[in-house]
Design a protein around this ligand. Structure first.
Ligand code: HPA
Length: 254
């Protein structure tokens, strides 16, 4: 039976819908994960929940210990991960409040611990991993899991965009207008700061991984309006509340 882990992003650091049976906080060979991982059930479906930024959003995107997070979820038996990410919209169809299930990713991050294959052979052997594996990242997100999510949103009558390229920047600052122009030329439809190295690390450990990206603002320079963190946070809160209410049905569906 599959065990789904949910990684909550900005605005999704609590999960009231989960009947919690345990809260796990253990050291990993890669250091500490972001915070307690909640183990429990939603409508009788087992589920793990990890708030990526920790309690009270203590870890900004470039500080999150992605390796410890993914490693611990795997240790706890997760077989698939649904990751929630907030993003700025670049493409015309990516207006604020849009739910997107991206299908591709471009990594613009730097200096993040981005692989388990870091040359520490003993640690790798201990985990049953080979010294190095050049994972196939043609499809960064699990095609099967994406299909299921798309079917779920469609059948629930929820508006969403079922494709798109996610550009992952280093942060924590937002981008310049010229940087967003470049992302657009590269083919990015949305920009966020948390998609990588999370997606690649999940793949290195053989976990099925998908992202549900919520557009919370127009990326820098895309609209005439100036970026307001207050507006962005209000949009995050509103959308997360509504998406969280869908999760019991989604878990049942998967
Ligand atoms: N840029 C990068 N990350 C983001 C944005 C953005 O405009 N909005 C939400 N996360």
């Amino acid at each position: 039976m599959s065990l789904t882990a949910i990684i909550g992003g900005s605005g999704f650091d609590t999960f009231e819908e989960l009947s919690v049976t345990d809260a796990i906080f253990q050291d990993t060979p890669y250091g500490s994960h972001s915070g307690p991982i909640l183990q429990g059930h939603i409508s009788n479906n087992p589920c793990l929940f990890l708030p990526r930024h920790g309690v009270g959003h203590r870890y900004p995107p470039h500080i999150v210990n992605y390796r410890a997070n993914i490693w611990m979820l795997k240790q706890l038996g997760a077989s698939q991960i649904i990751s929630f990410n907030v993003v700025g919209g670049i493409g015309r169809t990516m207006s604020p409040d849009t739910i997107v299930i991206p299908e591709q990713i471009i990594d613009y991050t730097a200096n993040r611990e981005h692989t388990f294959f870091d040359g520490d052979q003993d640690k790798l052997l201990e985990q049953g991993l080979p010294p190095v594996e050049h994972i196939d990242f043609t499809h960064p997100y699990s095609p099967e899991l994406r299909k299921k999510l798309i079917r779920f949103f469609y059948e629930q009558g929820i508006d969403f965009v079922g494709h798109g390229v996610y550009g992952c920047t280093q942060g924590p600052r937002l981008e310049s207008a010229a940087e967003v122009e470049r992302l657009k030329r590269d083919g990015c439809d949305m920009v966020g700061m948390t998609g990588m190295p999370e997606a690649a690390l999940a793949k290195e450990l053989g976990l099925d991984y998908v992202s549900v990206a919520i557009v919370v603002n127009w990326a820098a320079g895309v609209s005439d309006e100036s970026l307001s963190m207050i507006d962005i946070m209000n949009t995050v809160k509103k959308n997360m509340k509504s998406i969280k209410s869908q999760l019991p049905d989604l878990l049942k569906f998967l």
